[in-house]
Design a protein around this ligand. Structure first.
Ligand code: TTP
Ligand code: MN
Ligand code: MN
Ligand code: MN
Length: 373
């Protein structure tokens, strides 16, 4: 088929930041399979193949209708032969055999298990897998060295792999706000990440913190974390100081904002007023515990960088990646969670809101619920 303007299929924009992508959509069976293929490729170290599957999945997540035939996918951007084969198989058999086979393979199962440990990325998991690690108990081998993140991740493995519900997230929000407002009552605190995009559950809870007066922000995270620790509700944390190196060079998976990566003990709602809530160390009896472990990210941004930090920490990861790719390829501007930079004029372009950033990029504003690319 020749694409034309009236053909809705030819109107899917090539960059995810040019599209609206809701959490729920019409092609979940297909995108579930593509997401598994993307994950399996990443587990095998094939970033390029992984990205290709992610892009195809992302396009289908933005479609306003359910695909009825593989023909309909042939005009879609990023949906090449492999993706079309997946679509055809699912439309005909209701299942993608490649995805099924991958999911049940030992490598996939182990990589999923090991990367599910906080502090363990694909590379570490792959090394351990090659060294023969198949189960969490294999990590007790003294030849396997765990860093402190990974030890905490392993200690709280079960809780941290239990989805954080929106109710959990709201209770974490109270805990974070109650604590931070003790020190600076007029802080601006925003829950970002998946929950801001409207997700009903997540793997952590993300917060962005700012204030017009930089002095108000100095030392704040440390004071907050100390306070939570004194309440007996801090299980683990790492603090990353603010860094000032080459703002324009930073990638999204690590920016230069002061950040606290924490694991909180979140008291269960019905017991939050009782005295038995302090984590005592008996992790073997979860039913008897009055709390659950939750991963929390606390990010502090200077006021003038706040819109960029908000845009950068709202996600999704693919939406962020596409925003940066669009900025650079189409506008020759470098975007990250600190600012927007014109590399030719060697200057940064300020903005006071997310809307303004989209507009500076010549993009239509995409509200957070539509950034689930
Ligand atoms: P995550 O918390 O990993 O993902 P999420 O909130 O979208 O999903 P989940 O519900 O599973 O928690 O990351 C949130 C956003 O923050 C995501 O767009 C990536 C971004 N981010 C970092 O995680 N680290 C960084 O250093 C920067 C700059 C951004
Ligand atoms: Mn998150
Ligand atoms: Mn989230
Ligand atoms: Mn996070």
């Amino acid at each position: 088929r020749v694409p034309d303007d009236k053909d809705p299929l030819s109107t899917v924009a090539p960059y995810a930041c040019q599209r609206r992508t809701s959490i729920t959509h019409h092609n979940a069976q297909i995108t579930d399979a593509l997401d598994i293929l993307a994950k399996a490729a990443a587990f095998q170290g094939s970033e390029v193949r992984s990205l290709a599957f992610t892009r195809a999945a992302s396009v289908l997540k933005s479609l306003p209708y359910k695909l009825q035939s593989v023909e309909e996918a042939k005009n879609l951007v990023w949906c090449g032969g492999h993706c079309q084969a997946v679509i055809q198989e699912i439309l005909e058999d209701g299942v993608c055999h490649e995805a099924e086979a991958l999911m049940t393979s030992e490598q996939y199962r182990c990589m999923e298990l090991l990367t599910g440990i906080y502090g363990v990325g694909v590379r570490t998991a792959e090394r351990w897998y090659k060294e023969g690690v198949r189960n969490l108990s294999d990590l007790e081998n003294p030849n396997i060295k765990l860093n402190s993140d990974q030890k905490a991740g392993l200690a709280h493995y079960t809780d941290l792999n239990q989805p954080v519900t929106r109710e959990d997230a709201e209770r974490v929000e109270h805990m974070v706000k109650d604590t931070l407002y003790r020190f600076v009552p007029d802080l601006k605190i925003t829950m970002t990440g998946g929950f801001l995009r409207g997700k009903q559950q997540g793997h952590d809870v993300d917060f962005l913190i700012t204030h017009p007066d930089e002095e108000a922000l100095s030392g704040l995270l440390k004071k907050a974390v100390d306070w939570i620790n004194r309440q007996g509700l801090l299980l683990y944390h790492t603090m990353k100081a603010r860094s000032h190196v080459h703002a324009y060079k930073r990638s999204t998976h690590m920016d230069g904002h002061e950040t606290c990566y924490a694991i909180f003990a979140l008291p269960h709602p019905d017991t939050s007023n009782s005295e038995s809530e302090v984590p005592g160390g008996d992790l073997t009896a979860p039913a008897a515990r009055a709390w659950r472990a939750v991963r929390v990210d606390l990010v502090v941004a200077p006021y003038n960088e706040y819109p960029f930090a908000l845009l950068g920490w709202t996600g999704s990861k693919h939406f962020e990646r596409e925003l940066r790719r669009f900025s650079w390829n189409e506008k020759k501007l470098s975007l990250n969670s600190h600012g927007l930079y014109d590399m030719e004029k060697n200057c940064s372009i300020p903005a006071t809101s997310e809307e303004e950033i989209f507009s500076l990029l010549g993009l239509q504003y995409v509200p957070p619920p539509y950034r689930n690319a």
